[in-house]
Design a protein around this ligand. Structure first.
Ligand SMILES: C[S@@+](CC[C@H](N)C(=O)[O-])C[C@H]1O[C@@H](n2cnc3c(N)ncnc32)[C@H](O)[C@@H]1O
Length: 291
């Protein structure tokens, strides 16, 4: 899968650490492809070098050849390498047009469904939780009175990611001042509590969310269908084949009329696009619903 074969060894002089050769980069890229379907192109050599140099130091190794040898024989280090090479950038209310749509179009439908049945929402590739708590705050509204409809409803939010350390951050639900800055003031007032120098997400929002480690290309343990799936800025790391496969699984996982929100630079690439209708910027609804 890698395109790194014809490249001269990566010169690491500027950033320190031993050089990363094309052969080792190729092996690392092959592992990323097989374990997480993350497609590492040659242009990522600097990133790979920077992130993995730390792991070489941790293990007292002075060459990438030795590191790759370690990864081949040590499943734990292999998993740690995959996690080290994920990109976890996120923020609250990222791509705000999705939250506007969710509030104005999707939540009214969910409120109707919630009178008769369970409602399920999934943040797939959730990183440290800013996405799922933005969704939770939209559901809760801006005060306790607005949140009253949730009290008698069976609504659950699932947040999953491959990387255990970010899943732990979702569970902790504590964020520094700069991180909570993008949260609109009325939500901040209603659903943030001071926690030392940081802020904690209020218990009402945390109670809606379950966080789990999950590789999207492994079996999904969920038995129920989902009303809404947010999978944003995750599929950009996959090749078209992996994207199409994942999209199909998302579509199969949605109820008819369910919504899929994807990242601003992403498009539906596979046959699943035929059963999804665009209803906003990078927002799709599964055909067959009544709403
Ligand atoms: C850039 S973050 C996106 C976070 C959030 N969805 C957003 O848009 O702000 C991408 C996340 O996808 C996760 N990820 C990448 N490959 C994955 C896979 N195969 N299975 C599950 N999660 C994966 C990464 O660990 C990372 O936290």
């Amino acid at each position: 899968m890698t395109t790194a074969t014809a490249r001269a060894p990566f010169d690491a002089a500027a950033s320190g650490g031993p050089p990363l050769g094309a052969a080792e980069f190729g092996e690392i890229a092959a592992i990323m492809q097989s374990d997480a379907r993350i497609h590492l192109v040659e242009g990522k050599m600097t990133l790979v070098h920077g992130r993995l140099s730390r792991r070489l130091r941790m293990h007292g190794l002075d060459s990438f050849k030795d590191y790759v040898r370690l990864v081949r024989s040590d499943a734990e280090e292999r998993a740690a390498m995959v996690v080290a090479l994920t990109t976890n950038h996120t923020h609250f209310f990222r791509e705000n047009h999705h939250f506007e749509h969710f509030r104005e179009k999707t939540i009214p439908q969910l409120k109707t469904h919630a009178r008769n049945r369970a409602v399920r929402i999934w943040s797939a590739g959730c990183s440290s939780g800013e996405e799922v708590y933005s969704i939770a705050m939209c559901l809760l509204g801006t005060d306790r009175a607005a949140a009253s409809w949730l009290r008698n409803a069976d609504i659950k939010l699932l947040a999953t990611d491959l990387a255990p350390h970010v899943v732990e951050s979702v569970r902790r639900a504590v964020y520094p001042t700069a991180t909570v800055a993008p949260i609109p003031e009325p939500y901040r007032r209603a659903w943030l509590r001071p926690a030392g120098e940081d802020f904690e997400i209020a218990a009402e929002a945390r109670a809606l969310v379950t966080a789990r480690v999950l590789n999207l290309f492994e079996a999904w343990p969920m038995r129920q269908l989902y009303d809404v799936i947010f999978c944003r800025n995750v599929m950009i790391y996959f090749d078209d084949r992996a994207k199409a496969e994942l999209e199909q699984r998302f579509v199969d996982m949605l109820v008819p009329g369910g919504h899929l929100y994807i990242g601003h630079s992403e498009r539906l690439v596979g046959p699943s696009a035929n059963v999804m209708t665009g209803c906003g910027q990078t927002i799709y609804v599964k055909q067959g619903g009544h709403a």
